[in-house]
Design a protein around this ligand. Structure first.
Ligand SMILES: *[C@@H]1O[C@H](CO)[C@@H](O)[C@H](O)[C@H]1NC(C)=O
Ligand SMILES: *[C@@H]1O[C@H](CO)[C@@H](O)[C@H](O)[C@H]1NC(C)=O
Length: 428
């Protein structure tokens, strides 16, 4: 049973092959040779050799509507006339019976038959396929985000395409990974895109007469647009917090005698607290954006609550110092002082720690792709410069007025707020 099976299969195959050969004579051997030519080129259709010599000969073009005579040669040396549509662009060689077609067009594709009368009739059929050369494929990738699906598309605008093959970094891509959508379009699906999909892809489109190849460097992004915004916001929050930290530290480092006071001190405190307040708002926004992308987390929610409290306190301090300095001097209770004294530094530390944590997580996410990390240098430098400018201005005013305008300082000192270390200057 097992022994005769392969034999039977083989014989069936032979029968099928023989049938095919009967149906399509010329599928094998010189008789059915397919000639392929590019549009506009010349094609030599071979005759039947010496058999042609001094015998009558007939060239035909077999179209759907029946055979169409190209020429009828009755032996002898004089050249026969060539019928349209080949008149003027075909040359007949009486010596060997071959026919040269010039400037072939796609409409010339089809079967050509030459028949010779040498006592018995003898004929030969030739398939001609006239093709447009393929144009250069266009290779493009959809925006590729790590973890999301994407695709790379190879598209050929002109010319019949027989095969499209892909390579990645020089290695052939298995046909299972790409799908041929239509003749001139092949798609590589990345479901999902990962870091390993980064590389140089090339797409080779070919037909019988030509091939063209295009390459594309494909990169996968680790960060969505959303996370990039989150990163920018968190970065600005850190910069603001660091700049306002200077506004808090500098007065503490000054010696008792030269300490900044009065109007300037009010501006400095208000600006510093305002900046801390904005840093808290930005940090809170970055946290919310992060949760939108990653889902809620207890740590971030607790952070949001803390930040809300800090935003309210720093906002109150900043506005009160500037708009109602007298109210402020009434807030003399130890508890209020402590709240004020610790709110701003506490907010700075909170913002710096939580933003750094966020940035670190975003960086990890970025490493799932293969692009360069977002360049935040310009953002950092410009926000630092802009936010430090008022501090510099206050510092400059301090240096020009210091020690010169004592009466002005005396007047202004009536508005001064209590601060650890200079309680003695507060009017009662
Ligand atoms: C037939 O003759 C022509 C000119 O004599 C030559 O160019 C051509 O190559 C020949 N054809 C074949 C099939 O030998
Ligand atoms: C492109 O494909 C054609 C046909 O398969 C092949 O002959 C050619 O060498 C290929 N080109 C490259 C660069 O692999």
């Amino acid at each position: 049973m097992m022994l005769w099976r392969p034999g039977k299969l083989l014989s069936i195959t032979w029968v099928l092959l023989a049938g095919l050969l009967l149906l399509f004579p010329g599928a094998l051997g010189a008789e059915g040779a397919v000639h392929r030519a590019a549009v506009g080129s010349s094609v030599l259709l071979p005759g039947l050799g010496e058999a042609a010599h001094s015998n009558s000969m007939h060239w035909e073009f077999l179209t759907g509507s029946g055979p169409q005579t190209i020429l009828q040669h009755n032996g002898g040396a004089q050249a026969p006339s060539i019928h349209p549509p080949f008149a003027g662009r075909a040359t007949f060689h009486p010596s060997n019976g071959s026919l040269l077609l010039e400037d072939v067009q796609e409409s010339d594709s089809g079967t050509y038959r030459v028949t010779v009368n040498t006592g018995g009739r003898k004929s030969l059929e030739i398939q001609l396929e006239v093709l447009q050369p393929v144009s250069r494929p266009q290779l493009r990738a959809s925006p590729l985000l790590a973890g999301a699906s994407g695709q790379v598309v190879c598209e050929v605008a002109e010319g019949r395409v027989d095969t499209i093959t892909w390579r990645k970094d020089g290695q052939p891509l298995g046909p299972g990974r790409v799908s041929r959508v239509s003749g001139g379009r092949s798609v590589l699906y990345l479901r999902p895109a990962t870091r390993t999909d980064c590389g140089s892809y090339s797409c080779n489109a070919s037909n019988g007469i030509s091939w063209k190849e295009t390459s594309l460097k494909v990169t996968v992004e680790g960060l969505s647009r959303h996370l990039k915004h989150t990163l920018r916001i968190a970065t600005v929050a850190v910069v603001f917090a660091v700049v306002s930290a200077w506004g808090l530290i500098i007065p503490v480092c000054q010696s008792e005698k030269l300490r900044i006071r009065g109007e300037l001190w009010r501006w400095l405190s208000s600006y510093t607290c305002g900046l801390v307040c904005i840093a808290c708002i930005l940090d809170g926004t970055a946290g919310i954006l992060w949760m939108q992308e990653e889902g809620p987390s207890v740590a971030v929610l607790l952070l949001e609550i803390t930040l809300t409290y800090l935003i309210v306190v720093t906002f109150l301090v900043a506005t009160t110092v500037i708009f109602q300095p007298t109210d402020f001097s009434h807030l003399k209770s130890k508890k209020a002082q402590r709240t004020m004294g610790y709110a701003a530094p506490g907010a700075v530390v909170t913002v710096v720690l939580s933003s750094t944590f966020l940035i670190k997580n975003i960086y990890h996410r970025h490493a799932e792709g293969c692009t360069d990390f977002m360049d935040v240098v310009i953002l950092v430098v410009s926000t630092a410069a802009v936010s430090a400018l008022p501090l510099l201005a206050i510092g400059l005013c301090y240096h020009t007025t210091q020690g010169r305008d004592v009466s002005w300082m005396d007047k202004a000192s009536s508005l001064e707020m209590s601060q650890p270390g200079n309680k003695d200057t507060i009017p009662s």
